[in-house]
Design a protein around this ligand. Sequence first.
Ligand code: ATP
Ligand code: MG
Length: 366
Amino acid sequence: MTTRSLFLLPGDGIGPEAMAEVTKLIDHMNAAENAGFVTDTGLVGGSAFDAHGEAISEADMEKAMAADAVLFGAVGGPKWDGVPYDKRPEAGLLRLRKDMQLFANLRPAICYPALADASSLKRDVIEGLDILIVRELTGGVYFGEPKEIVDLGNGQKRGIDTQVYDTFEIERISGVAFELARTRAGKVCSMEKRNVMKSGVLWNEVVTATHAAHYADVELTHMLADAGGMQLVRWPKQFDVIVTDNLFGDMLSDVAAMLTGSLGMLPSASLGAPDAATGKRKALYEPVHGSAPDIAGQGLANPIAMIASFAMCLRYSFAMTDEAARLESAIAKVLDDGLRTADIMGEGARKVSTAEMGDAILAAYA
Ligand code: ATP
Ligand code: MG
């Protein structure tokens, strides 16, 4: 039987509550479908700091590196506001991203029919929306050198950040976008600012060349990132996969996310390069939301973002396409049935707890 290793890092705040609902699904899939998931659980963030003084231990880092996929909850909270900077909860996630070399951040924006009226956009603009933003996560202006504040000596200072992209970085991120497009509607739109940025000129050239060499079956278009932001709000359904750099992707993925509503609904995936020997990509799946300390421990957390992140894990790490689609349908069905956690509560709906939402999704899946 195939075994599939999952390393669970529930983290802090509502992280563990949301992860518990995924664990129910894993147990069911093992028992009823012979899925062969082997799980191990570690500590990250504030809970790891409390246990051993680091945001993630070396032992847990090794487990994360060895697993087929990592499921990550959320980290942080006011309890750890005073801890040293390099040991703060977020340092655990940054360490994972860096060591696992997770260069591709995937953020889907899906409109669940039952929630279409919760969007600030008109129903016809948003209904049926299913787009995927692929953001480069390890390069660009967030990491380029020089990066400093220089004292100019005349009462003036100069803040410097440098946008740097090399050919290989653009090739690998666009490769991910093209491959994902093949499993979807077959369209990629690449966004940069080639009219004012040299890195944008190179981005455009390399995406175009990668497409011509390996992915000519996919439809490729280009848009300036500012126009792209406008089009994303005007008529988002024109897009399938959007591929863009770290900075533009940071902003555009937040815009795309809010097209569809609550923070409690949004999953994400971060992928690394394929392993030379096995061809498997390192991968980490996490909800977009944080640890929400204000509602932690009260059964109020919406587990859908975490569960939808697990659906992405099924699809991208294990090619369990049918199971992923069934799980996403189960989420949609439970919403259609009118079940809501507090954050997405609306008129005439039935308010449920974190565990009740998880149980209902499991029942709809099973
Ligand atoms: P971080 O810095 O970790 O990203 P943040 O300050 O952006 O955190 P979150 O923790 O993501 O904030 O949440 C902001 C607020 O949104 C929370 O205080 C909570 O009220 C609400 N929220 C976030 N996630 C959920 C969820 N899964 N279910 C219900 N409410 C949520
Ligand atoms: Mg945040």
